[in-house]
Design a protein around this ligand. Sequence first.
Ligand code: AMP
Length: 113
Amino acid sequence: MSDCIFCKIAQKELPSEIVYEDDRICVFRDNAPQAPVHVLIIPKKHIASLDDTSEEDAGLLSYILLKVKDIAADQGLADGYRLVVNCGEDGQQTVKHLHFHLLGKRKMTWPPG
Ligand code: AMP
């Protein structure tokens, strides 16, 4: 999608610190980190939010979830981590391209804010 900042990051049209990518996903550091490790995992395919996924995305979504442990290990998160997906207005999603926040290297609190 031409005006999507995460599509532009995945296409290297905007600068970012990419820590992993393959043909289906791109992983880069959040530019306003909420933990010592805070990366965003995005599908290269433009999907606006979890609400916009369908059966045809089942393989991509399971691929992302199965990749998380490898990305976490690469980021040194042996003691655990948190994976967050914000969706819609109440979920406070600000960028309308599906992304998974992977946060670690600090103790998380519950409930989240
Ligand atoms: P959300 O509020 O769940 O939509 O999360 C969007 C995230 O994208 C926030 O944590 C932002 O800090 C992050 N973000 C926005 N623009 C950029 C960018 N250009 N590079 C890296 N992270 C970004």
